[in-house]
Design a binder for this molecule. Sequence first.
Ligand code: CTP
Ligand code: MG
Length: 235
Amino acid sequence: MSPTSRAGSPPEVGVLLPAAGQGERAGAGELKQFRPIRGVPMLLRAVRPFAQHPRVRQIVVALPPEFAARPPVWLKDLIGERLQVVAGGATRPESVAQALEHLHPACRIVLVHDAARPFVGGDTIDAVIAAAETGSGAVAAVPVGDTLKQVDAAGERVKETVDRRGLWRAQTPQGFPRALLEEAYARRGETGDVTDDAQLVERLGRAILVIRDHTTNIKVTTADDFVLAEALAAR
Ligand code: CTP
Ligand code: MG
């Protein structure tokens, strides 16, 4: 009998952590996901809140193939029944799809979280899990605070100001009933332009619930973002 079939026990949660990017916008040097933030590699900071979560049964980390074969020592120590490393693909959706293939059958709820978000809060994780348990998808998001400009292709001139009402920035984690995410990935086709998982589920016409997240759950994309990350880690 599987652990999920015990009466009354909540469904177990699996976490997919795409960490197989090349970090091109973060500049040269060590891959951004391995770069330390106040001494702790960013990927490790992204993994920890899930590793400490009582509902999380499994974490699957997608790494660039050369690192999946030889994971960094600080990650190697964590690899075991609860955390596995797989080789990612050329795009984020391919990396998520690879990780999804390795998900334990007991995981009925799946969270996807970028390795480039080292400051996710436990309250956000709880809320995303709870929303996914209702049968919908769920996305951590923040209402846009800045004034938004549509700019020409050259990035030189403002074309117009965009009304920001109702615009939210999608963050991670995003959570889904496993069957829903599997269907979305099975039908994904060519998805080079897709930057999050909710979008694939939206294409199926299924509801995505919004979980209001903290602005401190930043995505580290550029070298400047590491300056912010150092400050956040010092809090
Ligand atoms: N990612 C992945 N596999 C890829 C591309 C991206 O697993 N082929 C992961 C990244 O490692 C990151 C997350 O998806 O954790 C979000 O991607 P992004 O922030 O764009 O990271 P990179 O793709 O590495 O950066 P860049 O686009 O600047 O090269
Ligand atoms: Mg990228």
